[in-house]
Design a protein around this ligand. Structure first.
Ligand code: SF4
Ligand code: SF4
Length: 378
């Protein structure tokens, strides 16, 4: 049964409907049951014993990006994400995993990555690096661990992100290591899939491997890995998203950035911005590149609209995820910028994938791409 503190959440809903205007899913599907308000009311009925949750409800609650836009809009302070995650847990207990999400979750639990690859392939992004050092960034001891994450490790479209990160860290003289095949998925997809209890083994493994390296800090280029560690890993290690770490390196003068004459806009990833509280570091980095003009999106910072790639929606309903990505591209185009920068491999995949399929004239960059570009102009 749904926990008491969650029941308090939906009791606060006054059904005002303000969350309907900000939900990227509800705006597309036009049915109350797909809106945050509708889902909150379904959760309430379930808690009151008036609703049997079966496969139909699994589908309804899967159509959510867990982006948190409804939460910042709600005048009553309802924490919708908390309610929706609880409902996903209840639904899994009764009806099992969502069939479209299940393969990635089974892979995560068996092979320690979401792509059903042999986990030793996690370090293959290094193959394209010219002048790769003999240690290939795997060391016995290091001050800092760079935790790459499944998507940037294994999806070719975004393997440039770890390639950039090691170049940035190396240039700055940071003593860092990567864990390659010894890195396991951070466990974040287990939360969205409704089985957060399965994270324990993953957490123990990753923490043990970082401790063995004697590291004091961990850097993440994936906002969801960063969030998973921040919220679920019991550790006093320093945890930094790449934007926070790069901002520090730039502030210390450890990396030099040359001029790039470009107008760019910045997309706040949900798990970094609204859900992670990091808004300023990426903007500070962009502003520290001479020649860059930053124009904000109409919906920026905590009002940012999801790229379509959150909440396991890409697996559960790829067409809906693609529609949200298309809307994001239209918002970007309205700024007049020909380049959108973000700070998340999943946002890059969602937006760039749609840009390629629809042949849109738009450059989609991760922030590490633009930093490396500026470094090469220094
Ligand atoms: S904004 Fe909050 S109070 Fe209003 S309908 Fe949505 S969940 Fe309920
Ligand atoms: S978390 Fe995002 S997608 Fe889910 S209901 Fe709220 S606004 Fe809609």
């Amino acid at each position: 049964m749904i926990p008491i503190d969650i029941a308090d959440e939906f009791d606060q809903c006054i059904k005002c409907g303000l969350c309907l205007a900000t939900c990227p899913v509800g705006k597309e599907l036009f049915l109350e049951k797909y809106t945050p308000r509708g889902k909150i009311q379904l959760a309430k009925r379930y808690a009151q014993g008036d609703l049997e949750i079966g496969e139909h409800y699994r589908d309804i609650f899967a159509k959510c990006l867990l982006c948190g836009a409804c939460t910042v809009t709600c005048p009553s302070g309802v924490d919708q994400q908390k309610v929706f995650l609880s409902m996903r847990e209840e639904i899994v207990k009764k009806s099992g995993l969502h069939p479209q999400v299940e393969p990635a979750i089974r892979s995560l639990l068996r092979k320690h990555n979401i792509s059903d690859e042999d986990n030793s392939e996690r370090g293959d992004w290094r193959d394209d690096i010219k002048e790769l050092p003999d240690h290939m960034y795997e060391k016995a001891q290091a001050d800092v661990v760079y935790f790459v994450g499944c998507v940037a490790s294994l999806f070719p479209m975004v393997q440039t992100i770890p390639q950039n990160m090691v170049r940035i860290l190396e240039s700055a003289g940071v003593d860092f290591a990567v864990m390659a095949g010894d890195e396991w998925c951070c466990g974040f997809p287990l939360i969205g899939a409704g089985i957060p209890g399965k994270m324990e083994e993953v957490i123990d493994h990753n923490l043990d491997r970082v401790k063995r390296l004697g590291a004091r800090e961990v850097v993440f280029s994936c906002p969801s890995c960063y969030r998973a560690w921040k919220e679920h890993y019991p550790t006093d290690l320093g945890l930094f998203h790449s934007t926070q770490y790069m901002e520090r390196l730039i502030g210390e003068g450890a990396i030099s950035l040359g001029e790039l004459r470009e107008t760019v806009t910045y997309h706040d990833p949900c798990d970094l911005g609204r859900n992670g509280g990091v808004f300023d570091a990426p903007r500070a980095i962009l502003k520290s590149i001479p020649g860059i003009t930053l124009v904000e999106l109409a919906n920026n910072r905590d009002q940012s609209i999801c790229c379509g790639g959150g909440g396991n929606l890409e697996m559960a309903d790829s067409a809906l995820s693609g529609t949200v990505a298309r809307n994001k591209i239209q918002e970007v185009q309205q700024t007049g910028a020909r380049t959108v920068v973000t700070a998340c491999q999943q946002c890059v995949r969602s937006i760039k994938g749609k840009v390629r399929r629809e042949k849109v004239d738009l450059d989609v960059l991760d922030i590490t791409d633009i930093v490396v570009r500026a470094m090469s102009h220094a």
